[in-house]
Structure formats: C-alpha cells, structure tokens
Design a protein around this ligand. Structure first.
Ligand SMILES: Nc1ncnc2c1ncn2[C@@H]1O[C@H](COP(=O)(O)OP(=O)(O)OP(=O)(O)O)[C@@H](O)[C@H]1O
Length: 847
C-alpha cells in the first residue's frame, strides 16, 4: 500500500492536452520562469506592473457614456424618444425640445446615480474581495510561505493552493492534486464536478468541490479562457421579484400611453373637427403619463439603502435590486449550524452500544479526526473534528502516537461520514504483511448502514441515537474494521462490514441572538425554514429551544419520495428539513419559489451553492467560502440573523419609497390626463399648451426625486414589501379619478371666469399645488416629512404660484389671474385636500 501521498503526483515530464500553457509541466514552469516554490515578492511585483491586475474582463464597470446610452434603452425613455420624433416630424419643435430635455435630464441623473452607486458598491465588494492562497518567497533564498492575497494581485508564475470552496482564481496548470474535483459550470455548462489531476489545466471560474491541490498561474485578467469566452458573468436567468414588478408596471403604462395619444387625436378630429395640430398636445399628454424618473428614483433609493447598511459594515449588497428583493422576502431558509447555533461543538459524551460511557469510542473518533484532517489537507479542521480532538487530548491522551495514517476519505457535499485508514507504526517495508484499520465516524444512519448488524440491533442503535438527538445533541456514530493491508487508494466501496464502536454526542449552544432575531423575523412576516444536514431530532430540539415551532420534520428520504407538485404543498407548511444534501436544499428553495414565496437563502458552504443560486436572494456571511460569496447577492459581516433582519427592514423602506413615487406620480399624472382629455373636447381651445404640460411635468419630476430620501415610517417595514402592479393600478384609478375631479372643477371655475391666458395660468398653479399636496398626503410615511421632501414640496408650491406671473410664464403663453380666480382655485384646492385626506384614511387606515 502506498503511503499517504499515494494520489499526489507531481509529474513534470507528463504531456497534457492543449490548454492553458501547453507542453510539459516543467516546460510551462520554465516558460513562466517559476517553480513549485513560487515567485519572489519582487518578481511578482514586476509582473503585476507588466501584466496588470487579474480582473475578469466581464466585471469591469461600465463607463459613464455607456451607462447614459444604456439608459436610453429603458422602455419609458424609448417611448419618450418616439414621441419626441413624432413631434419633430410635425415640426412641433417646442414639444420636441422639452422631450429632449426630459430624456437628457433623466438619462444624466440615472447614469450619474448608477455610476456613483456602482463605485461605492465596488468599494464595498472590495471588503469581501475574494482571496487566493499563494506560495511566495520574500527573497530568492528564503523558504516559500503560503499567504492570502486578493485575487486581482495574482500574476502569471504564481503558485496557488486550492482547497474545497475556493474559486479557481486564474487559469492554472496543476502541479499537485489530491482527490481534486472542480465544478466548471460557468465554462462548460456541465453541472457535475470533474476530477482534476496533476498536470491538468484548471480554468478560472471553476470552483473546487473537494480535495486539494496546487497549480501555477498561466494566464490572468483578460488573457484567461473565461474572459475570452464569456463577456459577462453568469447570473440568474429568470428575473427576480424586483424586475418582475417593475416590468409589469412599465408595460401596463406603456400600453396605456400608446392608446392615449391616438385617442386624443381621433377624438379631437371627430368631436371638434381638429386636424393634426392636436398631435403635439396628444404627445404632451402621453409624456405627462410617463414616470420617467422611475429609474433615477429606484437607483437613488436602493443605493441610499445599501450605503446605510454598509456604513457599519454589517451588510453588503452586491447587486442593488437585491435590496428590494430582500425587502420582499417572506420566507427565509437558513441552516442550523452556525446560524441557530454557535458552531462551537463540545463533546458531551462518548458511549458504547449499551449506552455506557466509554473513552475508547472517543479515542477511535479522535484517530479518525486526526488522520482525516491530516491526510485530506483540509484548510481548516471541521468544527466537529476539532471538538473531538480537543476532548481526546484531555480524556484519551496518547492516541496520536498509536497509529499512522495511510489514507483518508473525508466528508463532502452529500457525504455524511469520514473514514481514516490507519496502521500501527513500524517499518513500512513490511506494510503489506500487516493489517490496516478503517476508522469511520459520521451520521448514525450512514455509519450503521455500513456495519455488520442484525436488523433489530440496528433499529435499537438508531433509537439510541434519536434519544441523544432529542436532547439537542449532535450525534456521530463510530465504527471500525480490520483489513489486510492492500495496495491502491481506498474508496467508499471499502466502507462496509464495519464493527460498531459507539456514539460521540456533542453539544452546540444556541447562538445568543438567534431566539430574538427569529421572533423579530416572525413579527415582520418572514417564515423561517431550517434546512440542515443534521439529525431531525437535533434540529427539532434546537428550534424548540429557540421558540421556533418545528412541527413535523421532513427528512431527506421522505423528501425524495415527493413529486415536485407535492413538494410545493409540503414545503410551504414544513419548518424543518433534516439530513439535507446540497440538492435537497436547492429543491426545497425551488419548491418554495414555485409556491409563490419570495425566498431568501442563507448559506456559507460549498454545500449551499445550488440553493444560493436557486433563491430569489442568496445571502452569505463574509467568512463563507469564495464560491458561496460570489454566488450571493448579499454578504453579511457574520452569520447573524439580527443583521439580516435589519437588512430586510432597510430593503422594505427603500421599496416603500419607490412605491410612494409610483403612487404619487401615477395618480397625479392619470388624473391630469383624464382631465385634459375631457377639457380638450369640451373647450374651444386646448386646456394646456404642450410646452406648459411638459414644463409642469419637469417641475414635478424634479420635486419627486426627494421621495428617495423620505422616511416611510415604521409600518413600511412591518410586512414583506413588494411593488404589486395590480394594487398600484387600483390605487392609481381611485386617486387619479379624485385628481381628475379637482382638475375638472378648476376648469369649470376658470372657464366661467377667465380667458385663455389666465385659464392656462390658473390650471398650471392648481396643478403644481395639487401635486405638492399629493406628495405630502400620499407618501408612505406618516410622520414629519424629512428636510429634502419639505424643501421639494415648498419649491413646487412656489413655482406653481410665481411662474405663471413671471416672464417665463408669459413666454409659455400664460397671463396673470384675477384675485377672484385665485380665490376660487383656492376653494377647489381646499376641497381637494379634504377629500384626499379622507380617501387616504380609507386606503391606508388611520395613522
Ligand atoms: N467531520 C465530520 N466527521 C464525521 N461526520 C461528519 C463530519 N462533519 C459532518 N458530519 C456528518 O454529516 C452530517 C451533515 O453535515 P453538514 O455539514 O451537511 O450539516 P450540519 O453541519 O450537520 O448542519 P447544517 O446543515 O445545519 O450546517 C452531520 O450531521 C454529521 O453527521
């Protein structure tokens, strides 16, 4: 039997298939002027200057002009531009110019906002920047040391060490590999991980699923295969809740606008015998409907929320829309270990098959832990192994010297046991003549399945494990087998016919803030589901201790028996899912989403990757493995539910402000449009000239930017916040009708008391003042409006009163109003304000 390094090969002469750095490994190293000991710091620095940073081409932030150009592709802007072209075609230059101004202002604001948001997001991303373990030397003669380095600092020739959960940071040629398997879905679309051996190429973008290895960097940055193959990083294909809502609203409005413009022209022609001269007015009416500031408000509100969360560095939002989606989350899936518990397990008992304390069981568990940690070269020992080793140091001293390791089969995604193959120390020349001992520890069901046991005895032991688990203990079964020493590496097929040794039970105390955070999440309408790899009994007990009613626990084997449709129903009412593999976690998340739940998933391991991708919002603690952090939309400073709950609140508040904007702008705009359509047909002249409509629109838009800075009040964070197109349209229909009534009353009053010029002025004033009132009364917040909002509302009012009597007003075709008209408009406004207050109470309830 070969020694511990049986599967480790460094074969410099071996030839490989073409790939990064063709030729033998030795040739590659020579060409790169490097070696297995890595570069010196000075060499690396010089290469960094020469090759530039190792930044993935698809991740470079877009430039400002590109962002501006992209903002023109937004559906609203496209419609505005279309309307501008129609105006220019009929030589309505005033309308065309104002539309051009609107498009430019909204595009500049949006591009600038996004640019700034992206810059600060990039700075935040740096806080969670992925690092690689690189082997470098201080000087040519110094010994190599492994250290963590931000991935962008890697250069060709660097020697990188790989471990489970690492992202392959650049294109590599592998020098060593121990049971290394790499997932390269981003490159190959292949969902199963592929085994990688020494000399193989290993491409940037892959993620290490299991095993360890080292490789020399052959290409970085733009030169990697991934940069050449994929211009943009892979992301979820289905739109998230945010895009679904915004798209729904946008398309309803666009359909309405496209209907309104021709309707105005046709109605004008049929009822008033007007010709194409109504077209600019029709265009202005359609423009009046457009919430063209929506992208700007969205970016500002979300960027502000994200900045707020990042201030104390507790939560980092990697994709702005994810903040909205976080506020929309109504179901949060978490694991148990490290989230509900502290992940500091301590051995509580070691028992034999009859339930008597037995230090021998601990000793075997420690032999297993010591040699799996050692031989599998795990970057950090698993917490369970560490606990076993700590306990054995005190209670079973001297176990380290009794055996030496031969091979190890560690735990991995979906594998709930570990095996160490050991032998008595001695002269390795006689190794073949002697025996090897397989020492296995792991989940009781999995270990007992591999033991030679009568069914009744197996059943008895399963129950004993369940009893321990019901006390909230984590339970590991320990077993072993003596085998004649053999050649070749051991495989899971060797794990059979074992002799059961006993159980090690470990306690893991609940996380101190978990109970409070769970209660707070429940109060805020978030259903928490626990998806754990652990025993159902342990999970249920921890949940109960934390005040989370576990109900009937669904174990993975029962989950497997359910069809997709059935799982949708069962997942909704189940709180704890136990013995989950990575696939089970992803399947549960998908079932919850299919059942209409907006689902967040908190996970930090390689095991969690599929579920992080499947969720509406993937959440990972900063200490999670690289691949999990890269897959996550939101990164937490620690695996802390309290910080997550705070982030949900901020997400909801941002959404509430976006909702305020949509409610206010749409109900006011729809009211205006209805009134203008009716008045346009009833009056011998156009109720407002196109330039007047567009000017008031410009003022209203500018003022509404302040809504991104509103305080939406406590109510806004009480329930999951989603922009629901239907509810919004109901609101807009009701409040739009009220607004139209106020406008029509103003028309009636002005038509009876004023000529065309004062009529326009009267309506302009009334319009801006009603809009100011709507901003104050229809916002989400109930308390005092914050400074920016008060300032914007006051500005709108002042513009409404002063502009018509100023030279600008005259240039726009307005003439001053008589005091009587002011008085009458004032009465209409007072009545509107009162009606709005009553209607608001009806909609929002008393506040
Ligand atoms: N180092 C280990 N040695 C032996 N068995 C292990 C080891 N680590 C985990 N296991 C077994 O695998 C099971 C699943 O582990 P996994 O890491 O998937 O989930 P977990 O840590 O128990 O729970 P959670 O999913 O809530 O984090 C454990 O309950 C345990 O039985």
């Amino acid at each position: 039997m070969p020694g511990p390094d049986a599967s480790v090969v460094w074969a410099p002469e071996a030839r490989t298939a073409p790939g990064p750095g063709g030729g033998t490994t030795l040739e590659v190293l020579r060409a790169l002027e490097s070696g297995p000991r890595g570069l010196t710091e000075a060499e690396a620095e010089a290469r960094l200057t020469h090759h530039g940073e190792n930044v993935f081409a698809g991740r470079r932030p877009a430039s400002w002009p590109r962002r501006f150009a992209r903002s023109l592709r937004d559906p609203f802007t496209a419609v505005l531009l279309g309307l501008g072209l129609v105006s220019a075609a009929v030589a309505a230059w005033g309308t065309a110019c104002v539309i051009a101004a609107l498009v430019t202002v909204s595009g500049v604001l949006r591009a600038t906002g996004e640019h700034r948001a992206d810059r600060s997001a990039a700075a935040l991303r740096d806080l969670v920047a992925t690092t690689a373990t690189v082997r470098r030397r201080a000087t040519a003669s110094a010994p190599p040391t492994a250290r963590e380095l931000p991935v962008d600092q890697l250069v060709p020739g660097d020697v990188v060490l790989l471990a489970p959960g690492d992202l392959v940071p650049a294109d590599l040629r592998l020098l060593r590999a121990t049971g290394l398997s790499v997932h390269e879905a981003a490159l190959t679309g292949e969902s199963a991980p592929a085994a990688r051996n020494a000399q193989d190429p290993c491409l940037q973008g892959g993620s290490v699923v299991s095993g360890t290895g080292s490789g020399v960097v052959v290409a970085t940055g733009r030169d990697t295969v991934l940069s050449g193959a994929l211009p943009t990083p892979r992301h979820r294909s289905a739109p998230g809740p945010f895009h679904r809502s915004v798209n729904g609203i946008a398309w309803t409005l666009i359909r309405f606008m496209l209907l309104v413009a021709p309707l105005v022209v046709i109605a004008g022609a049929l009822l008033r015998g007007r010709g194409l001269e109504t077209l600019p007015f029709a265009v202005a009416v359609a423009v009046g409907l457009t919430p063209e500031m929506l992208p700007v408000i969205v970016t500002t509100a979300l960027a502000r929320g994200a900045a707020l969360l990042a201030r104390d560095r507790e939560v980092i939002v990697r994709r702005l829309p994810a903040l909205h989606d976080l506020g929309a989350v109504d179901t949060l899936c978490v694991d148990k270990t490290g989230t509900l518990t502290q992940d500091r397990p301590v051995v509580a008992r070691a028992l034999d098959a009859d339930g008597h304390d037995d230090p021998d069981v601990l000793r075997w568990a420690a032999v297993n832990a010591l040699w799996t940690v050692h031989l599998a070269e795990l970057p950090v020992p698993d917490a369970l192994d560490e606990a076993v080793l700590d306990a054995a140091e005190a209670d079973a001293p001297g176990y380290e010297a009794e055996y030496e390791g031969v091979d190890a089969l560690p735990c991995g995604p979906g594998r709930r046991l570990s095996t160490a193959v050991v032998r008595r120390p001695g002269d390795p020349r006689f190794a073949l003549a002697r025996t090897h001992t397989l020492v296995v520890k792991g989940a009781p069901e999995d270990v007992l399945d591999r033991c030679a046991l009568a069914p009744a005895e197996r059943e008895r032991l399963v129950h004993r494990a369940a009893d321990l688990a019901a006390d909230g203990l984590r339970v590991l079964a320990v077993a072993r087998a003596e085998r004649p020493a053999c050649e070749g590496p051991y495989t899971p097929a060797d794990e059979h016919g074992l002799t059961f040794a006993g159980f090690v039970a470990l306690s893991d105390a609940p996380a101190p803030t978990a109970a409070e955070a769970l209660a707070e999440l429940a109060r805020r309408g978030v259903a928490v589901k626990v998806l754990t790899g652990d025993h159902p009994g342990t999970a249920a007990r921890i949940c109960r201790d934390l005040g989370l009613h576990p109900g009937a626990v669904l174990t993975a084997d029962r989950l497997d028996a359910l069809g997709d449709a059935e799982l949708v129903r069962v997942a909704r009412r189940t709180t704890v899912f136990a013995r989950c593999s990575p696939e089970h976690k992803a399947r549960v998340v998908e079932a919850l989403r299919a059942g209409g739940r907006t689902t967040g998933f908190l996970g930090d391991g390689v095991n969690d990757l599929a579920a992080l991708h499947a969720a509406d919002v993937g959440i990972c603690p900063r200490g999670g493995v690289d691949v999990a952090r890269e897959a996550a939309d939101v990164v937490l400073a620690s695996k802390d539910l309290t910080a997550l709950e705070r982030a949900i609140v901020v997400g909801r508040r941002s959404t509430a402000n976006i909702g305020s904007y949509l409610r206010i702008t749409l109900s006011s705009n729809v009211g205006n449009v209805i009134a203008m359509l009716v008045a346009g047909l009833a009056l011998p002249f156009l109720p407002m000239l196109p330039a007047q409509v567009l000017t008031q629109n410009l003022f209203f838009d500018a003022a509404q930017l302040a809504l991104a800075f509103d305080d939406p009040g406590r109510e806004a964070a009480a329930r999951p916040a989603v922009l629901r197109p239907r509810a919004l349209l109901r609101f807009v229909a009701g409040f739009g009708a009220l607004n139209a009534a106020a406008d029509l009353a103003t028309f009636a009053v002005l038509a009876l008391t004023a000529g065309e010029g004062p009529f326009h002025a009267g309506w302009f004033t009334e319009n801006l003042l009603t809009q100011a009132a709507v901003m104050l009364l229809l916002r989400s917040g109930a308390g005092h409006a914050p400074g920016p909002l008060r300032f914007a509302v006051a500005g709108l009012g002042v513009a409404g009163l002063l502009l018509p009597v100023s030279p600008v007003g005259a240039a726009l075709g307005m003439a001053p109003l008589s005091p009587l008209c002011y008085g009458l408009v004032g009465v209409v406004l007072a009545l509107y304000g009162a009606a709005l207050t009553v209607a608001r109470r009806g909609w929002f309830g008393p506040r």
